[in-house]
Ligand binder design. Structure first.
Ligand code: ADP
Ligand code: ZN
Length: 654
């Protein structure tokens, strides 16, 4: 019996609560139901996307409005009406809440006895609490049941949401904003800016060896020394020699710079830290610098090791002299890199390799002794190199008997190692698509066509005629350099296209910065620049756009000779400076007269034409030499310094 009453009591309170306060249930349920809903509609992994939070925000706002305008079934009445109802006996039971009274027209017993479950007869009234000491005595005299109710507290969940949600929203919005600003870095948003990304990419053993890098023999040879430094540092330090700290790998994309760097680490058996220059550049000033610091700290702790900074131009670009338009963050990062490089002793066994395809835009400070004072050129592969690369990348491919890798190498002039690796893979895929068991020459040819067509847009693949013109042009530069006093010796001539602008190039010693050039040397440089166009004129009787860059560099040099170096006849030993206003040279004003300007213009033209005529005559005289050098260049795509010297010597008439 007792037991039953208890049950009934529980039943009652449950019932009453449900009936009286339908909202309370909803508060606790709503978020849960909502989340569940969302999940079932969206089986994808729970992601903290911006939209997710946006939806919750809306739900939250709705919920709050609902809470505020909470609907009750109580009839709101005035306090004195309430009292009257009590006096009349219409109110039998009063719940005293925090700020109001709720009166019911039934007693607790009536509810318990109400087996039908009907609530029709039930009425309730509410009124605001008035500080009236006669109220309780009034209830007592009329035999009204009364009890106090604890204030309705919002559930724990909604309290938490109330505090945390706005906070979370602010964070998410912040993160979202910066991930947009930072070029869509996705997961690595603002919240992770103190993390060191280098840690993520540290490789214990790269598993790459020099044997995996085909061609590029010269570069490998230079880097073998680095491996030796890492393995036997004592050998060098005992003699008092200095181990290089930084080596700059220079070359177009896809030529295997990263591969070589990993091979160095692999051969030396050291950890490999790889970071891209772009990883350092962040929204916040100081973050990049902190990353550099972290990276070097880690590297020192794990020495000997290799740090590889890909695309160093992203941070290593020349610092601007002007305050306006500068990039503080990038400059700070660069400064930190310089400081770190200066700060450590090369005997610690940390060697920094960096890659770029635009060494000319790097800040000269990076290339000074003790920093990246070694440069290794990694060019697009020549015929032999392409053949070797193809061999490596077809090692695991089942090939038909008709495949001739040499032919493929011939057909793929101008392609880099990465393109060739791609071709091998593409050919295999084509074979699979045609349900073959082996890859035949036809598939390779198709793959090359695809790749070359892509490249024609990306950079250039020359037709026969253009190739010949480029060969004469480059030979013209080289031969002029050979013929001109004061010009630098030729290191290498190549007609392997190099990226977008250069169709071919002639490389001269010395490659490092010259701090002092004599007038003769300057003129020698100008002549060499003219040599390309002059050779075209000698052979084709017609000039082309291919020399555009040469011409502007030559006229620039002449202008500087007159304005900066005081090497003109009229203004000998006088500078005619153009004063920069500071913003990227726009609106620069000159600190000399209109007449001086006229002189500069006419004198520039005179000198350039004079030099061009000299060069043209020299090349006309040595047309035979020009032709045989060009022939060799067309055959081989590249001529090294010594071979060129020998060729020129045997043919040139002085
Ligand atoms: P880079 O860093 O110069 O842009 P990568 O080192 O990333 O070029 O080269 C991309 C891929 O191309 C390499 O992983 C490799 O498969 C292939 N590759 C490039 N050059 C060579 C090479 N000389 N020998 C073998 N594979 C090469
Ligand atoms: Zn040129």
């Amino acid at each position: 019996m007792e037991k039953e009453t208890k049950n009934q009591e529980q039943e009652f309170s449950k019932h009453e609560k449900d009936w009286k306060d339908p909202f309370k249930k909803k508060v606790e349920q709503k978020p849960g139901v909502h989340l569940g809903d969302k999940d079932s509609k969206n089986p994808k992994k729970f992601t903290f996307s911006f939209w997710y939070f946006f939806i919750i925000l809306i739900a939250f706002i709705l919920m709050n409005t609902f809470m505020a305008s909470r609907q009750t079934n109580e009839q709101a009445i005035d306090y004195n009406q309430f009292k009257t109802l009590v006096e009349r006996g219409s109110i039998r039971r009063v719940a005293i809440e925090e700020d109001k009274y709720i009166g019911y027209n039934f007693t607790r017993e009536q509810v318990l006895a109400n087996s039908s479950g009907s609530t029709d007869f039930m009425q309730s009234f509410s009124t605001y609490k008035v500080d009236d000491p006669t109220f309780i005595p009034l209830l007592d005299t009329h035999g009204v049941e009364y009890y106090a109710l604890a204030p309705v507290k919002p559930g724990l969940l909604s309290t938490l949401l109330g505090y945390l949600l706005p906070l979370a929203l602010v964070l998410v919005f912040w993160r979202f904003l910066f991930s947009k600003m930072g070029g869509g870095k996705g997961g690595q948003g603002v919240l992770s800016f103190t993390q060191n990304k280098a840690q993520v990419v540290a490789e214990g053993d790269t598993g790459v060896r020099f044997a995996d890098v085909a061609g590029a023999d010269e570069s490998k040879y230079e880097l073998e020394e680095v491996v030796d430094f890492l393995q036997n540092p004592d050998k060098y330090t005992e003699i008092g020699g200095k181990i290089p700290k930084g080596v700059l790998l220079v070359g177009p994309p896809g030529t295997g710079k990263t591969l070589l760097a990993r091979a160095v680490a692999g051969e030396a058996g050291t950890p490999f830290y790889r970071m891209s220059g772009a990883d350092f550049v962040e929204m916040f000033v100081g973050v990049g610098a902190a990353r550099v610091r972290d990276l070097f700290k880690q590297a020192r702790e794990n020495s000997p090791c290799i740090i590889f900074i890909d695309e160093i131009d992203a941070i290593g670009r020349q610092r601007s002299a002007a305050g306006i338009g500068g990039n503080d963050e990038r400059e700070q990062t660069l400064n930190q890199l310089l400081v770190e490089m200066d700060g450590f002793d090369s005997r610690t066994g940390v060697i920094i390799l960096a890659a770029t395809n635009r060494p000319e835009i790097l800040d000269p400070a990076l290339l000074r002794p003790g920093r990246f004072d070694r440069q290794v050129l990694i060019d697009k592969p020549d015929l032999e190199g392409r053949f070797e690369i193809l061999k490596i990348h077809t090692k695991n491919i089942k090939m038909a008997k008709d495949v001739d890798l040499r032919k493929i190498a011939q057909a793929s002039a101008g392609l880099a190692g990465a393109d060739l690796a791609n071709i091998a893979n593409e050919a295999a895929l084509l074979a699979v698509r045609q349900k073959r068991k082996t890859v035949s020459q036809a598939e390779f040819e198709e793959a090359i066509e695809k790749s070359v067509a892509g490249l024609e847009r990306k950079s250039r693949v020359l037709n026969e005629k253009e190739r010949e013109r480029v060969a004469y042009h480059e030979s013209g530069h080289a031969l002029t350099a050979y013929l001109t006093e004061g010009a630098e010796a030729v290191n290498k001539i190549s007609i392997i296209p190099r990226g977008l602008s250069a169709l071919g190039y002639t490389l001269q010693y010395p490659t490092e910065d010259r701090f002092l050039l004599s007038e003769t040397e300057l003129l020698g440089n100008i002549d060499t620049l003219m040599g390309g166009r002059a050779a075209e004129e000698v052979i084709f009787n017609e000039i082309s756009t291919g020399a555009g860059n040469d011409i502007s560099r030559a006229s620039d040099l002449v202008r500087r000779m007159i304005q900066e170096f005081g090497m003109s006849q009229k203004y000998r030993n006088i500078t005619l400076p153009t004063v920069n206003s500071g913003i990227a040279g726009v609106g620069g004003s000159r600190a000399f007269s209109e007449k001086a300007q006229e002189y500069i213009d006419s004198e520039t033209a005179r000198i350039v034409n004079e030099r061009y005529d000299i060069v043209l005559n020299n090349l006309k005289k040595n047309k035979k030499a020009l032709e045989s050098i060009t022939k060799r260049l067309l055959e081989n795509e590249v001529i090294g310094g010594t071979e060129f010297e020998a060729l020129a010597k045997s043919e040139v008439i002085v």
